[in-house]
Design a protein around this ligand. Sequence first.
Ligand code: ADP
Length: 528
Amino acid sequence: MNKTVKRIVIILVILILLPAAFLTINEIISLDDNEEVIERIYANQLDAILYSVNQYSDDVVNSWASKIDLFLDETSKFNSSDASSLIDSFYNQMPSLYAVFVADSINDEKIELLAWDASERYIQVHYSEFNEKIQNLLSQNQILVNRLFNYKQTGYRKLEPIVSDLVGDESILMFIEETPSGSNRIVGLVIDPKEFTYRILSPKLQDVAQQEFLVSVFNTEENYQFNSSKDFRVQEVQQAKDLWIFPEYQLGISLVGQTIEDLVQQRAITNILLIGLLTIVLILGVWIVYRNIKKEVELAQIKSEFVSNVSHELRTPLSLISMFSETLEMDRVKTEEKKKEYYSIISNEANRLSKIVNSILNFSKMEAGKRQFNYVDSYLNDVVENVYRSYKFHLEQKGFTLEIQKDESIPIIKIDEEAVSEALVNLIDNAVKYSDDKKEITIRSGKANNFAFVEVEDKGIGIPENDQKKIFEKFFRVSSGNVHNVKGSGLGLSIVKHTIDAHKGEIRLSSKLGKGSKFTLMLPLGKS
Ligand code: ADP
């Protein structure tokens, strides 16, 4: 690799690829940590949602306790007829409340029981049974009740759930109530948790769940589950918390559709894919930059070689011309024959000079897009014949055999005769320049498909396979083999290609190293 290109590669690697690789590796390493953090954040969020449900149910039962507190203050006697209508009205406001009991103390012998509707009669009939059950409950939960009394003394009315089998599935919430006379009483709310969930919690569950979550109240012992989506299937929840007011029940939450792990994993996969894509784009970008720079560097090099080649090409004929003309001027040449020979050398070299200058001029016109072609109806064979005639003698002098094979059936085609002649001369010049011992050149014309063609074949040094495409690029010269014995500008074939392209034709090349080359110029038969 060239020194400049090497330096550029090193700069690209240090400036772009190394930091990018570092970032990518760092990103992939931290992906795991990120996953954990995200998972934790999700879990906290789910916790917060469950907390809000707990808070809400706590608020509801607390507001009930306040109402009952007020009610008990207002009605000293439960059995009066005023009281019974009041009871009905507040029970309507507190669905799922099954009954309320009031005990003056833990050892109260006759506990007051409030109930309504169907349960009213049931409780009346079974009063003594309930009375005993509640007494037992109180004595079993003495510590808890005392704690409630203590709270009350500090001015805080606390609601505490207790587990009981008082009536079926009901749960009991107890708190301490202060009578207007200043004494404290124990109040118990007997609530049906399922009814509470259905009547009170259901809208709240739907509200917090939205479309994204499934929030449930469940009881694993009874295989009971109430879901926010009104879907009563029992299913596993991703995260669960105790329901504060009903210790036998729990709150659960799941993501609808995907689990947190799924989400996090999906995110991780997306991230890795993005990083991968970015890396590929980056490498591609660096590769493109590298290719462009390499090309530019090569072109710059080739251009400088071109300058030295052209200078050499100009100097050789110039020095020959000046040498022979000086000799003639000083009258050093004695015989007429020698003089003639020198004159012809001078004119040949002058020709060569003008050819070089012409090709440079043509090339610069072509580069500037200013080269114009003058298409006229022509016989390709005539053009070929003319070139053959003007070269035959000259080449034979140099020891070449120049053969011509014409296909007489080629019709008239529209070409720029001068440009095509020039292209042909370029090919013949190359055939001469790049021939070794086997000095045989054939010019052939013909027809193939929709093309008329003219080709120049030599038995020269041939062109390596790798370079066969490149030789048509400007300034390009094959760098291997003994080509460097021959001077050239690397312009000839690029001019030929330009001419043939302008004619909407094609150039074909078949060449074998050491065996020779054949260049075929294909010109469209239709009107160009
Ligand atoms: P140059 O002035 O170097 O001849 P060209 O554009 O005419 O420039 O040719 C480009 C290169 O293609 C040459 O340098 C030579 O290496 C190779 N080349 C062209 N014609 C032939 C041929 N007939 N045989 C072998 N090599 C050839």
